[in-house]
Design a protein around this ligand. Structure first.
Ligand code: UDX
Length: 423
């Protein structure tokens, strides 16, 4: 927002995060964010605070806190959203706009709007879901592929739209599509989009299961169906499946909310989407076990990748980290590497061992398993790796390596949903 020319104050309850941000240090790895933060801090348009009172001069108040999966259940934990609104209310004034960005179960915005109305501050609420992807967060924020405003009916809704149009003036001037709706639609757009993406990935992973049993090649299948414009090739990459802080918890929260509404049947398929997704991690572990003669116990396995996707240090619900933990749990001598996510992985799973480089990880390994498709791993030279590894088994959990090159260099190359041998 500061990059776009607005005067911004960022508030968080975590003093360490605020100190780091104030010093120009981004709290996580995201390409381009560090540079943009430094620039924005220097511009004088961006500052950070732990004191909610510092919002008093602002007119637009974004709530962008997390809505993680509740402990012991599938529903979303709304305590942070509620706490943020409760904290804001004493500092709101007539004409202010509170804008929800967090991903919430449908019906939440109406409840928050009622709370806001009861506070008699004169402020109104809009719901403006966020669609950014990790790894592309800066680009997606500055140039989003669409904007959605959920507003109330009547003059207050029009006023909210005018304020948001001003906030997003740059994107709108570049003809970014805008959908203005009621609160429920805006809330649903976000979960529906993520549910669709998750379904697309699980669909192709289900095809990978069928391909594995029939000798078909899921990548060629994806290419072929992807040429149909109605289907499209994107998000049809089979592998160890989806993870991260959004897709897994969003489909579970959506199912939980639908069940609360007595509409469980409408999204019952999302449970299947979740199960297919989790089965692919088991499949990668089973493939390693089977290829190493029935047990990974005591075998040295290099796990390349820990982040849930490349260009991120996020290990939340990461299939890659899960595969590493499972192989370790089965007695494997597991050595992990990731260009960015090792610190996060270590703090969650200190029992794992970490190598300083991919080369160190593969040295002496009986098997290599690639579970996050970082460029660095795609560019590995199979002949050079063959000289330092002990064994010759490589499992490509993301179908991202050059299959022909690895096989030519003498590797037993196995991947997800593709034949184990060249035709
Ligand atoms: C997702 C949505 O894309 C974004 O719009 C929303 O705002 C937040 O959630 P993100 O979590 O950053 O973004 O990751 P995304 O790029 O969607 O990938 C999610 C997972 O799916 C990753 O683990 C990725 O490896 C996996 N994936 C993606 C596949 O397994 N196959 C694919 O073809 C695509």
């Amino acid at each position: 927002m500061a990059e776009l020319g607005h005067e911004v104050v960022g508030v968080d309850v975590d003093p360490i995060k605020i100190a780091n941000l104030s010093a120009g240090r981004a709290p996580f790895f995201e390409p381009g964010l560090g540079e943009m933060l430094t620039k924005a801090n220097a511009s004088g348009r961006l500052r950070f605070s732990t004191a909610m009172a510092d919002v008093a001069d602002s007119t637009v108040h974004f709530i962008a806190v997390g809505t993680p999966q509740k402990h012991g259940g599938n529903a979303a934990d709304l305590s942070y959203v509620n706490a943020a609104l409760d904290g804001l209310i004493p500092f709101l004034k007539e004409g202010d706009l509170v804008v929800g960005k967090s991903t919430v179960p449908v019906g939440t915005a109406a409840d928050l709007a009622a709370k806001l109305a009861a506070s008699a501050t004169g402020a109104t609420l809009a719901w403006n879901p966020e669609f950014l992807r990790e790894g592309f967060a800066v680009q997606d924020t500055i140039s989003p592929d669409r904007l959605v405003y959920g507003v109330q009916e009547g003059p207050k809704g029009l006023q909210a739209k005018a304020i948001l149009d001003n906030v997003y003036a740059v994107a709108l001037s570049n003809e970014t599509p805008l959908v203005v709706s009621d609160y429920a639609t805006a809330e649903l757009v976000k979960v529906a989009a993520n549910a669709f993406l998750a379904t697309k990935i699980s669909f192709i992973n289900a095809m990978a299961e069928i391909a594995e049993a029939t000798g078909a090649d899921v990548t060629k299948l994806a290419d072929a169906i992807g040429h149909d414009n109605r289907i499209g090739r994107r998000f049809l990459n089979a592998g160890v499946g989806f993870g991260g802080g959004c897709l897994p918890k969003d489909i579970r929260a959506f199912t939980a909310r639908a069940e609360e509404l007595g509409l469980g049947e409408s999204v019952a398929f999302l449970k299947e989407v979740d199960s297919i997704n989790l089965r692919r991690r088991q499949r990668a572990v089973a493939m390693a076990t089977e290829s190493l003669g029935g047990s990974v116990n005591g075998r040295r396995i290099a796990v390349l990748g820990l982040a849930f996707k490349p260009n991120s240090d996020d290990v939340r619900d990461s299939p890659a980290l899960d595969v590493a933990v499972q192989l370790k749990g089965l007695g494997g001598d597991v050595i992990c590497h990731d260009p960015e996510a090792m610190a996060n992985a270590r703090s969650k799973h200190p029992q794992l061992s970490f190598a300083d480089s991919a080369a160190d990880a593969v040295t002496g390994a009986d098997a290599i398993i690639v579970v996050t498709e970082w460029d660095e791993y795609k560019q590995l030279d199979p002949a050079a790796v063959g000289e330092i590894a002990q064994g010759s088994l490589v499992i490509d959990g993301r179908n991202c390596l050059d299959m022909a090159a690895w096989r030519e260099a003498g590797w037993e190359y196995r991947s997800m949903g593709r034949p184990d041998h060249d035709r």
